[in-house]
Design a protein around this ligand. Structure first.
Ligand code: ZN
Length: 270
């Protein structure tokens, strides 16, 4: 596994030179930006020979540093469970009245906390603006909704249905059923061993939410109830966003990878 840090900043000449001296090649977001502090970025592995000095500069200048982990095929193949997420997000859940109108339409909010986002339970189909533009993808997620996966109907019937995963319809903004997309029905059926993970307790509802795991493997499951695809009981996220982790069994991951599904990434559990 490689832990990779995305560094991004407005790079003054002094800052760019300091990073270049440490062997970090900063790329311009806009190659035509001729200003003295263009927006620049780089992906740096923790295995970089100067990583400690690079990290010291990031701290000194209080620059954002977002890590993620890339796993080898062997590490994914060897995992008993892996968390799934889409490689890109597509569109926003509808309706967008007051931005978050979809919450009342889609969820039972009796147990929901606006402050931390914990407690919403899906009670109705999601709504999209229209049929998704799939491109070369087979799997997608929508913005804001990090614990639901959407697939093409033939992908559901060929890959997920034989593994016992059920599907739910997806509607358009007016309530008509869409024909080129299904939601995977993922029951809340897995408990993860999260003790020791950084977490925050909500000021309003006191419930605990864990910081998303971006370095290394996710913790192992303690219990699960026989499903090949399940949501964790635990909530993850920051600010007002909270979501469960979608975990898939080794068998399901193997079927998905044999089918060469595009648009999904695998994050092994310990
Ligand atoms: Zn709360």
């Amino acid at each position: 596994m490689e832990i990779i840090h995305r560094i991004a900043m407005h790079g003054t000449i002094a800052r760019r030179r300091a990073f270049e001296r440490l062997g970090v090649e900063l790329l311009r977001s806009d190659p035509d930006d001729e200003s003295s502090d263009p927006f620049v970025y780089a992906d740096v592995n923790e295995s970089h020979p100067n990583w400690r000095d690079i990290q010291a500069l990031l701290k000194q200048w209080r620059l954002p540093d977002v890590p993620h982990t890339e796993f080898t095929d062997q590490e994914i193949d060897a995992a008993e469970w892996a968390a799934l997420s889409a490689t890109a997000h597509h569109g926003y859940p509808q309706p967008r009245d007051d931005e978050f109108g979809y919450l009342e339409v889609t969820y039972d909010l009796a147990d929901y906390c606006e402050k931390c986002g914990v407690g919403a339970r899906q009670r109705a189909p999601f709504r999209m603006k229209g049929e998704p533009r799939w491109g070369r993808r087979h799997v997608l997620q929508m913005h804001w909704v990090y614990d639901r996966l959407f697939v093409k109907p033939d992908v559901w019937s060929d890959v997920f249905a034989p593994c016992g995963v059920k599907s739910l319809p997806v509607l358009d903004a007016k309530g008509a059923t869409l024909s080129t997309v299904l939601q995977l029905d993922v029951p809340v059926a897995a408990r993860m061993r999260c003790d020791g993970l950084p977490s925050e307790a909500c000021e309003a509802c006191r419930r605990v939410k864990f910081n998303p795991v971006s370095r290394g493997r996710m913790p192992p499951l303690i219990t699960r109830h026989g499903e090949s695809l399940a949501l964790t009981e635990q909530w993850f996220g920051a600010g007002a966003s909270a979501h469960g982790a979608i975990v898939a069994s080794h068998e399901l991951v193997e079927v998905m990878r044999t089918a060469k599904l595009r648009g999904v990434q695998y994050h092994p559990l310990e």
